[in-house]
Design a protein around this ligand. Structure first.
Ligand code: NAD
Length: 442
């Protein structure tokens, strides 16, 4: 049998496949973050001895979409914006994942984050595959009106691939309740009726839940608390550094302070502040409410954005960006436990250095899973039109995160691997089993 490129006159032979500018199959999602996700995945797949066909199937994103759309700025000028949505697997049910507004958003970044969402949902036993999307923009330089127009137009562009039973967005870096409200309204206007279950992380009055906004940060602290119990060192006796003071970082720092732990340093993109006796976090929050950034904050002593990770402490919580703990600074990290609130904050090279120094890394797919877990509760509520109260949601969240931690620790012991590899192994095994049972269509 001849293949298409062997058929005479097909013209394929005129294409130089060695041309270095050609995008090769599988390289569509190239990015440093996707390399990291792939490396972590391969390590867990090796441990599981995953069959080659399944290994291939679960690695590549199932669907990825790029959209380019015009938006009128306040000045009257029209600017074109690029947005992405990547759905990693459709095997587990609808896909779920945040929308990020940041200058570095790319297809490759979304592909990595979508893959991690798949593992996070599978580890927590949620009936979703992973997705991620976003718009390449700098929300700090855009007005509220401009962000609203970007959000509404982006929502319309995504209609072909999203839906309450297909793909349900949520907040991520640079987006929050406000953007979800606009997204929900735009989708509902297009459908002709209210569809609150199209997004999670909405304001409570629109069918959201009070529990969603603080869910990721609180979940980080619930996991940190359970890990500390296992290590026999109560969280309230520990010194903690939190990098990033947005939704996740400020909530985690606030909860840590409330339970009596010493938050010795915090930071945002403008820099950090440090106080070895513990910062007054409610006062830091009050400063942020008024000034938006930490720059100029009179509390504690100023510390550089990079140096904050190296401040003396027992626990480090990166809650800002990916790739913050690298081969450059891993040897200088003083914490003995790192709880990954951000997605992908530790590179594999840094992780090897940390492992050699016996630093315990609590992986992102477990530590920050509180957000998607409460998003799931919100989606169930919206589908059933039946509301649960805040305390009930908190209790369920705590239970589910503790159960997931138990699965990770058991599998780390059973397989003799680190916690990240154990977490991914639990998740990959679950998705691989579902893929096996659903088999291949047609
Ligand atoms: P956010 O936009 O509310 O806050 C981000 C914070 O990081 C801000 O304080 C910003 O100033 C700070 N920051 C940016 N660059 C920095 C730098 N170089 N050094 C120090 N600080 C810096 O975002 P968020 O929702 O809090 O998300 C933070 C992380 O948590 C991201 O990795 C996100 O993917 C992850 N996450 C968020 C959720 C959620 O529910 N929001 C869920 C799971 C994971």
């Amino acid at each position: 049998m001849t293949t298409p490129d062997e058929r005479p006159g097909s013209g394929w032979d005129e294409i130089d496949l060695a041309d270095s500018t050609l995008v090769r199959a599988g390289e569509e999602w190239n990015s440093e973050l996707h390399r990291i996700a792939a490396e972590q995945y391969n390590k867990a797949a090796d441990v599981l001895e995953l069959a080659p066909d399944l290994r291939e199937r679960l690695r590549a994103p199932r669907r990825s979409m790029t959209v380019n759309f015009p938006v009128r700025l306040d000045s009257g000028e029209v600017r074109n914006f690029t947005g992405y949505r990547v759905q990693h697997t459709l095997t587990m049910g609808p896909t779920k994942g945040g929308l990020r507004y940041a200058p570095g958003v790319s297809m490759g970044e979304c592909a990595a984050l979508a893959q991690w969402m798949t593992w996070k949902c599978a580890l927590l036993g949620l009936p979703y595959g992973g997705a991620k999307g976003g718009v390449r923009c700098d929300p700090n330089t855009l007005s509220a009106g401009e962000i609203e127009r970007i959000t509404r137009r982006f929502a319309v562009e995504l209609i072909p691939v999203i839906g309450p039973d297909r793909d349900i967005p949520a907040p991520d870096m640079g987006t929050g309740e406000r953007e979800m409200a606009w997204f929900y309204d735009t989708y509902s206007q297009s459908m002709g009726h209210a569809v609150p279950e199209i997004v999670t992380g909405k304001p409570p009055v629109l069918g959201g839940t009070e529990a969603r906004k603080p869910a990721t940060g609180l979940g980080v602290v619930y996991v940190a608390e359970a890990v500390s119990e296992r290590l026999g060192r109560p969280l309230r006796d520990q010194r903690v550094v939190v990098q990033g003071f947005g939704n996740v970082g400020s909530t985690a720092a606030g909860e840590l302070h409330a339970i009596g732990a010493k938050v010795v340093a915090v930071s945002d993109y403008t820099g950090g502040i440090v106080d070895p006796d513990g910062l007054d976090i409610p006062a830091v929050k009050a400063w942020i409410d008024e000034h938006r950034v930490l720059e100029g904050c009179p509390l504690g002593d100023p510390v550089g954005r990079a140096e904050v990770l190296e401040v003396a402490c027992d626990m480090l919580i990166p809650a800002a960006l990916e790739r913050q703990i690298t081969i450059e600074n891993a040897a200088r990290i003083q914490a003995t436990v790192i709880v990954e609130a951000a997605n992908g904050p530790t590179t594999p090279e840094a992780e090897a250095v940390l492992a050699a120094r016996d630093v315990l890394v609590v992986p992102d797919v477990l530590a920050n899973a509180g957000g998607v877990t409460v998003s799931y509760f919100e989606w169930v509520q919206d589908n059933q039109r039946y509301l649960w109260d805040f305390v009930e949601i908190q209790e369920r969240l705590k239970r589910q995160l503790r159960a997931a931690l138990g699965r990770v620790v058991d599998n780390a012991d059973r397989l003799g691997v680190d916690w990240r590899t154990a977490a991914l192994a639990v998740a990959i095994e679950r998705v691989a089993e579902a893929a096996r049972l659903r088999a291949i269509y047609p």
